[in-house]
Design a binder for this molecule. Structure first.
Ligand code: PEP
Ligand code: MG
Length: 748
């Protein structure tokens, strides 16, 4: 890098810092910035365009163009060269602007024909704020160092914008983080909540973008980097020997922390006038921008590593830890890029709602949110850059919508929705002690799904007759180590105590697929949902399964025990797993421990193949529980985790119902008890159809028990069955329209 231009960019930054430090606000300040840049870069024109909304850029300050056009000239994202810089987030540098594709002559600015054009994006950590442009009459290409200088100036402008330097008297732009914004994400857990934002990881604010003395800044950077490396080394040595794969991941992380390339780029930024923290943030911005365009999962992981390391380094440099001293509001809505299950459990029921930028329906965080019945919206892109601690926020988990700093009319409508849901819930509470007996006299047993101790208080409140599915893997997922047998036995005993004699169907570990234990060796599989998961792992690696079965027997301590095995695809698997349980009971007997008073052993039917197992399977199983979430994904070949396809196929599709009816008939033939525990059992219309088809036990989220019971009590299931059968016989592809028509004639 030539020494002359190096000092030029430093000089420019220093002048900029002094200019920004002068008194004055808003427009005046922004005008001074454009004047300064035009002067320093010896250009006739310097203009700053900022986003008015996500699609529109507005000329907010200029040196050289007509003053009247300020705040009047607007362009759409992608329009003209300025719009192109904004859309692509990359500079445009040309000696002959009018010859460039997409060039637009803006007559209202009184623009003469300027030949040279250099535009760079104004952005902060991947958030687009605007475009900074210099133009000149002389046809010349800007040098690499000039491009760099303008980029760092743009970055400082972005920081100052974030800090609100251009608002106030004579506002140059609307204040950031004050407008209402809505986010369309996806449903993670239904329900609606109103509250105040609580950022899981408060943003680090760089208040000092320009460095005084590069030597001092370099010293800061190196000292912080040493501290960072030490902390990463400590992480690696803590994990040493525990898990080879995890160590490998951490090694890659350590490699990054020691990366010369990363360090060198930050040193160069400092040499060009940035403060140490601004240099880190500049590299972090670059990594984030790349993240948006890189499809390769390995590279994306590495860029995530870099982002994470940058955050750590920034926190060391600025002294801004996670704990900012701010008090959590009384009605916190957690906003985060992502969060682990253990961290979420730490917050517990204090949270009113959760909004994540990432996550997935089957992610551990979503599972915990569901267990805690906290409304959750996932894929709310960029919300962590927009939301500030304490902002008013509405979370609509049903629609996957979030309203940040909403208008009062939106908030009022939203409150009506919450009030209506609460009124319905209190109506359902009146049904708590009543059975789910339909008008035809058939009674359906309604159970709840659970997986955490946090679920158990709902058992009494919801009116559930028992726990139809206890997902034991959740206890494994929220820990950072394999739980010990004693720990598990104590926990299962507490579950049985809380159930007060009601039946609890413990499902053995369903790990693998999306449920990866943090301390288990991760196995890369091309399609993990169909891979080495659940009972397949249990049978191949019997250690954990044995330990879990022993813990269950000890927890029962003479009480009845119900165990079911997940993801059974063929009779032999069930027979082998069942035998293991019987062997463990025998082992416990030999040790003189009390044995379960009754032992029920069942299978989850989650793969189509099991529906066609030999009759001996149906005879041997004490009960069968249909895991409709998995069964549906394999029946329709539609990934339950894939937002593009997961809602495409309806449970009320006639083909699926015919298939389900086959399972009902086979169980009826052998007198095998049958239940349904997939999510559809908690959807009132679907639950009704399952009951009509012959499922006498349904297991669902506790909040669904009231609505499902209410509907069952209102209808004649025999009549509904006739409607479904007639529709299937007619060759309809879905029975939903006919069921809805029939329901509209019922008194509900
Ligand atoms: C299912 O597959 O329907 C089920 C209940 O199990 P899980 O959702 O835990 O896979
Ligand atoms: Mg399943």
């Amino acid at each position: 890098m030539p020494e002359r231009s190096e000092s030029q960019s430093r000089k420019l930054l220093r002048r900029l810092r002094d200019t920004l430090a002068e008194p004055g606000a808003g427009q005046e300040r922004l005008d001074r910035v454009t004047h300064l840049i035009a002067d320093s870069m010896r250009c006739e024109v310097c203009s700053i365009y900022l986003f008015r909304d996500a699609e529109t850029l507005e000329l907010c300050a200029t040196e050289g163009l007509k003053r009247e056009s300020v705040h009047r000239t607007r362009m759409r994202l992608g329009e003209g060269l300025v719009g192109r810089v904004a859309r692509t987030s990359t500079p445009v540098n040309t000696a002959n602007a009018p010859a460039e594709k997409g060039f637009r002559y803006m007559v209202e600015t009184g623009e003469e024909i300027y030949s040279s054009f250099l535009g760079v994006p104004i952005q902060r950590l991947g958030e687009k704020l605007g475009v900074l442009v210099v133009q000149g009459k002389k046809a010349r290409q800007f040098s690499e160092d000039e491009v760099y200088a303008l980029e760092v100036v743009a970055m400082v402008v972005a920081e100052m914008t974030e800090l609100g330097a251009f608002i106030g008297e004579g506002e140059a732009l609307g204040a950031l983080h004050q407008q209402p914004v809505s986010f369309r994400g996806a449903t993670g857990q239904e329900g609606a909540a109103e509250g105040r934002v609580w950022l899981h990881e408060p943003r680090v604010v760089v208040t000092r973008p320009v460095g005084d003395d590069p030597k001092v800044e370099l010293k800061h950077l190196h000292k912080a980097a040493d501290e960072l490396r030490l902390s990463v080394d400590a992480m690696v040595s803590m994990a040493d020997g525990q898990d080879k794969d995890q160590s490998q991941i951490l090694e890659a992380y350590r490699m990054f922390a020691n990366s010369r390339g990363w360090m060198r780029r930050m040193e160069e930024d400092i040499a060009r006038g940035l403060s140490a923290e601004a240099a880190v943030e500049k590299q972090q911005s670059t990594a984030r921008a790349r993240l948006e365009t890189v499809p390769d999962p390995y590279l994306r992981d590495r860029l995530h590593d870099l982002d994470d390391l940058s955050n750590r380094l920034l926190r060391i440099l600025t002294g801004q830890g996670r704990d900012t001293g701010a008090a959590m509001p009384d009605d916190p809505i957690l906003v985060a890029r992502n969060i682990g299950p253990a961290e979420l459990l730490d917050y517990g029921r204090r949270l009113r709602g959760i909004v994540l930028e990432e996550g997935s329906v089957g992610s551990h965080a979503a599972i915990v949110a569901r267990a805690l019945a906290i409304p959750l919206v996932i894929h709310a892109e960029r919300i962590t850059t927009e939301a500030l601690n304490g902002d008013h926020i509405l979370v609509d988990g049903d629609q996957g919508l979030v309203h940040l700093r909403p208008e009062e009319s939106v908030a009022a409508a939203f409150r009506d929705k919450i009030a209506m849901a609460a009124a319905a819930q209190s109506r359902y509470a009146g049904l708590r002690e009543l059975p789910a007996t339909a008008k035809c006299g058939t009674t359906i047993a309604l159970h709840m799904n659970a997986g955490l101790m946090a679920d158990l208080p709902s058992l009494v409140g919801s009116g559930a007759e028992g726990v139809g599915l206890f997902r034991t893997e959740l206890q494994f997922l929220v820990r950072s180590h394999v739980p010990k047998r004693g720990e598990l036995a104590a926990l299962y005993a507490r579950v049985l105590d809380a159930a007060q004699g009601r039946r609890v169907a413990f499902r053995t570990l369903d790990i693998g697929s999306d449920k990866v234990l943090p301390y288990m060796k991760r196995i890369e599989e091309p399609n993990p949902a169909m891979g080495w998961r659940a009972i397949r792992v249990g049978l191949d690696k019997p250690g954990i399964m044995r330990m879990q079965l022993q813990a269950l027997i000890r927890a029962a301590a003479g009480r009845p025990l119900t165990v079911m095995f997940p993801f059974v695809a063929e009779f032999d698997e069930f027979r082998a797993a069942r035998q293991r349980l019987i062997d463990e009971v025998e082992g416990e007997r030999r040790l003189g421990h009390p044995l379960p008073s009754v032992l029920e052993i069942g299978a989850m039917l989650e793969t189509p193949s099991l529906a066609f197992a030999p009759p001996a399977f149906f005879e041997m199983a004490d009960f069968i529980s249909v895991g409709g979430n998995d069964l549906k994904q394999f029946f329709f070949a539609a990934d339950r985790e894939n937002e593009r396809v997961r809602r495409r196929y309806d449970m009320l599709n006639a083909s699926f119902l015919r298939f389900v009816a086959t399972i009902v008939a086979r169980c009826a033939g052998t007198g095998t008890h049958l239940s349904y525990c997939g999510e559809d059992a908690g959807r009132p219309i679907e639950a009704l159809c399952l009951a009509a088809l012959g499922f006498h036990t349904l297991s669902m989220r506790p909040a669904s028990i009231g609505p499902v019971k209410h509907l069952i009590r209102s209808v004649d299931l025999g009549e509904l069955r006739a409607v479904i059968e007639a529709e299937c016989d007619k060759g309809a592809s879905s029975v939903r329209p006919a069921v809805m028509r029939w329901l509209s004639t019922q008194e509900i």
